[in-house]
Design a protein. Structure first.
Length: 441
C-alpha cells in the first residue's frame, strides 16, 4: 500500500489536540481567515467543493458541491438558511466521526463556518448521537472557546459574516441519523422521517432551506479551501476523491479508525491496517461499509474501496465501516443480531419497514434456534424485495433488506444446513437459548 498523506487525522495524536491553542498552532482557522479576509465570494467556496468532487461521507456518497447548489438564491428567497451537521453516527460498525469530534473538534467547527459561509447560512446545528457524551462535551467546549476568540457569533474576524453554532444531543435513535428524521428531532418532534420531495434545500428545518451534511464531509472543507481541488482529486480515484476514514471492527487483530485514500483494497485495509483476521483464522465474510451494506464473501476481499468498485462487487461503500467475520462466525447469528437492531430502530411509519424488519428478525431467530423451515430462505428474499429498493419514506427498510438479500445470496447453503440439522452448528450457545431470545424479543 502506498504511503498515506494523512490530513483528516493529522492532528488527532497531538497532546491537547482538542484545544484552540493546539489547533491554531497547527494551521487551524487559516481557511476561515482566507475566506473572510481575502475575501472569497461564497460561490467561490462552493465552486472549490464542486471541483473537488467531494462525496458525502454519511453513507449515500452524494456530491457535496451539487447538494449545496440546491440551496435557493438568497436574493430571491429571504427565509433563514440552515446547515445541520449529522453527527448521529448510529450505524453498527461506524465509529469515525467520533474520532474527529473528540480529538479535533475545532476542525469540524472551522468546516461548519466555511461551509455556512458558502451557503449563506447564519445558523449551524450539530446533532450529536446521545451516547457520544465526550464528543458533545468537547464540541461544546470548542464552540465556547471559538466564540470567546471571535470565531463564532457576530461579525466573525471583523467581517460581515455572522454565524451561530448550536449543539443538539440525540437520544439514541438510529432513525434520527436519517436527514429528515434528524430535522424532525431538532425541531423537538418524534424522529419520523419526512416524505421527499420537498428536499431539505427547499423545505428543511422550520420549512426553511437546509443542508444536512455528515461530520467527515464538512471536515474536508477547510482543506479544500487551503489546498485546492486538484490536490484533493489526486488523492483518490476518478469517482471517489480525497481520503476517507475507515473504521474496521469485528474479528481483526487491530480494530480502529484509519485514514486511507480511495483506491486501497479491502484486503490492504484488513491486512496492513488491522493486522489481519484475528487468531490466525481465515476470513469468511465482511460488510464493507456498515451493517446496512451488502455482506460480501471472503472471495471479494480484493475489492477496491471506492463507491463504484464496491457497488460493482454487489455492495455499497456506505460509511466505510468494515465489519470482519472469521471462519467460525455464524451467518444466521450475525443476521439475527443485525435484524434485531433494524427491527428495534424502525420508526414504524411505513408498514413494509415496521412489519418487514420484525419478520426478518424472527425468521433469522428461528433459524439460529434450529426451528427454521426450508421455505424460510425464499420467504426472506420475498420479504426483503417487498421492502426495498426505495419502497418506503426513508432508507431504513433498505438497510435491513440489503444485508438480508446478500446473506441469502452468498450463504444460502449454510442457512439451509441450519434448517436441515435443526440447529446452527456455528452459533454461540447463548444465541441458541430461548431465554436469550426472549430477553431480546
Ligand atoms: C436510517 C438512516 C440512518 C442514517 N444515519 C446517518 C448518520 O448517523 N450519520 C450520517 O451522516 N448520515 C446518516 N444517514 C444518511 C443521511 O440521511 C444523509 O444522507 C447524510 O447525513 C448526508 O450527509 P452527506 O451528504 O455529507 O453524506 C442515515 C440514513 C438513514 C436512512
Amino acid at each position: 500500500m502506498k504511503r498515506v498523506d494523512r490530513y483528516l487525522l493529522a492532528r488527532v495524536d497531538l497532546p491537547d489536540s482538542h484545544t484552540l491553542a493546539v489547533y491554531r498552532a497547527h494551521g487551524g482557522y487559516q481557511a476561515l481567515e482566507q475566506v473572510l479576509r481575502k475575501p472569497w465570494k461564497p460561490e467561490q467556496v462552493t465552486q472549490v467543493v464542486k471541483d473537488s468532487a467531494l462525496r458525502g461521507r454519511g453513507g449515500a456518497g452524494f456530491l457535496t458541491g451539487l447538494k449545496w447548489s440546491f440551496m435557493p438564491d438568497p436574493a430571491k428567497d429571504p427565509r433563514p438558511r440552515y446547515l445541520a451537521i449529522n453527527a448521529d453516527e448510529s450505524e453498527p460498525g461506524t465509529c469515525k466521526d467520533r474520532v474527529l469530534m473528540e480529538r479535533d473538534p475545532h476542525g469540524l467547527i472551522e468546516g461548519c463556518l466555511v461551509s455556512a459561509y458558502a451557503m449563506r447560512a447564519s445558523t449551524v446545528y450539530i446533532y450529536v448521537r446521545g451516547e457520544y457524551r465526550v464528543s458533545y462535551a468537547r464540541l461544546q467546549a470548542a464552540i465556547d472557546e471559538a466564540r470567546e476568540a471571535g470565531l463564532v457569533g457576530r461579525r466573525i474576524l471583523g467581517s460581515d459574516f455572522s454565524c451561530e453554532i448550536w449543539m443538539h444531543p440525540g437520544a439514541g435513535a438510529y432513525i434520527c441519523g436519517e436527514e429528515t428524521g434528524l430535522m424532525e428531532s431538532l425541531e423537538g418532534k418524534r424522529g419520523h422521517p419526512r416524505p421527499k420531495p420537498p428536499f431539505p434545500a427547499a423545505s428543511g428545518l422550520w420549512r426553511s432551506p437546509t443542508t444536512v451534511n455528515n461530520v467527515e464531509t464538512i471536515f474536508n472543507v477547510p482543506f479544500l479551501v487551503l489546498r485546492g481541488a486538484d490536490w484533493f482529486k489526486a488523492l483518490g480515484t476518478k469517482g471517489s476523491t480525497g481520503n476517507f476514514l475507515c473504521g474496521i471492527s469485528g474479528h481483526v487483530e487491530r480494530p480502529g479508525v484509519y485514514e486511507l485514500p480511495f483506491g486501497v483494497t479491502a484486503r490492504e485495509i484488513l491486512e496492513q491496517c488491522a493486522g489481519g483476521v484475528w487468531k490466525g483464522r481465515r476470513l469468511k465474510a465482511f460488510f464493507p461499509g456498515g451493517s446496512s451494506t451488502g455482506l460480501l464473501p471472503a472471495s471479494s476481499v480484493d475489492v477496491v474501496m471506492d463507491h463504484d468498485s464496491v457497488k460493482a462487487a454487489g455492495s455499497m461503500f456506505g460509511t466505510a465501516a468494515m465489519i470482519v467475520l472469521d471462519e467460525t462466525a455464524s451467518i444466521a447469528q450475525l443476521m439475527e443480531v443485525t435484524l434485531r437492531f433494524y427491527d428495534h430502530e424502525s420508526c414504524g411509519q411505513c408498514s413494509q419497514c415496521r412489519e418487514g424488519t420484525e419478520w426478518l428478525h424472527q425468521i433469522f431467530r428461528r433459524i439460529v434456534r434450529g426451528q427454521g423451515r426450508m421455505q424460510d430462505l425464499d420467504l426472506l428474499v420475498s420479504l426483503a424485495n417487498g421492502m426495498a429498493p426505495a419502497k418506503t419514506i426513508c432508507a431504513l427498510a433498505d438497510a435491513a433488506a440489503i444485508p438480508t438479500l446478500s446473506a441469502v445470496k452468498h450463504f444460502r447453503a449454510e442457512l439451509e444446513q441450519c434448517v436441515r440439522l435443526g440447529r446452527d452448528p456455528l452459533a454461540t450457545a447463548t444465541a441458541q437459548s430461548p431465554e436469550h431470545h426472549e430477553a431480546h424479543a
